[in-house]
Write a protein that binds this ligand. Structure first.
Ligand code: SF4
Ligand code: MG
Length: 267
């Protein structure tokens, strides 16, 4: 049935800030079937709906790569920026309008290689941006090369004998740089992502979400779903997320515990 302009205008006029719909846009994700990014998208969508954040007060800023396409798939304001520059652009958006909820989104190549120098500065400035690092330890968009978070021995078309480089640990970096909210999450657990995002969005400073995910198309060896499901586990029951030094010590010992690792109490 065709809706007249008058009827449509009346319907739009009735929309209030409190009427929050799914943030899925009409542009359906072009990610490969089985990609972990679908779970992260679900987690973000849930958090925005459950917190009743109006779409016009949300901005998603993405970089380059498969994760960089995210801003097209979210029905919010969005910026698809240049490679590695999600964090300075997000900082500008938040400073220009502090009322906005800002998500910076990008992959491990975008955020830890070309954009790696921005993480310490947004952390030390404690800008109230939610940065979600989609970490599958591979460059997916360019068809599978080792990234800064790939482990030694990781075999790809350009490293047939296995990568010889040591990986960066993004969670440890964020904690070391002084991020006031740090969570490590699993793309296979959208509800866990939602729960941490809700806490991180409420946090008044910089919130970092390191999400372990799988590139099902180009990684058959390391961060596969089977591997991740076998190793990820919750934080210990007696874990104290207010203790910065203990959070760092824990991350040095355990690569696969999932949850809110650190939350500065007085921020
Ligand atoms: Fe996901 Fe990998 Fe496909 Fe990119 S190439 S959409 S990361 S599965
Ligand atoms: Mg990647």
């Amino acid at each position: 049935m065709k809706t007249s302009g008058k009827v449509l205008a009346a319907q739009v006029a009735k929309i209030k800030d409190s009427d929050v719909f799914s943030i899925r846009s009409e542009n359906l994700p072009t990610w490969c079937p089985g990609c972990g990014y679908f779970g992260i998208h679900q987690g973000i969508n849930n958090a925005i709906q459950r917190m009743n954040i109006p779409h016009h007060k949300v901005v998603t800023v993405s970089g380059i790569g498969c994760a960089g396409r995210y801003s097209f798939f979210a029905n919010t304001y969005g910026l698809h920026t240049v490679h590695g520059r999600t964090l300075p652009v997000s900082t500008g958006v938040k400073l220009a309008n502090p009322e906005l909820t800002v998500f910076a989104v990008g992959g491990d190549g975008d955020g830890l290689a070309i954009g790696g120098a921005h993480l310490p500065h947004i952390a030390r400035r404690d800008i109230n941006v939610n940065y979600i690092l989609f970490d599958n330890s591979i460059y997916g968009l360019t068809k599978g090369q080792p990234s800064p978070s790939s482990p030694p021995g990781f075999k790809t078309k350009v490293s047939p004998a296995g990568s010889t480089e040591q990986p960066l640990n993004a969670t440890l970096l964020a904690l070391s740089y002084g991020a006031t909210f740090v969570a490590r999450l699993f793309a296979g657990d959208p509800e866990g992502i939602t729960a941490a995002l809700i806490e991180g969005i409420k946090h008044p400073g910089f919130a970092f979400f390191h999400v372990y995910t799988s590139c099902v198309t180009f990684d058959k060896q390391f961060k596969t779903w089977d591997h991740l499901k076998k190793w990820v586990h919750p934080l210990p029951e007696n874990y104290d997320s207010s203790n910065h030094a203990q959070s760092i010590a824990h991350v040095l010992e355990d690569d696969y515990s999932m949850g809110i690792l650190y939350r500065k109490q007085d921020s």
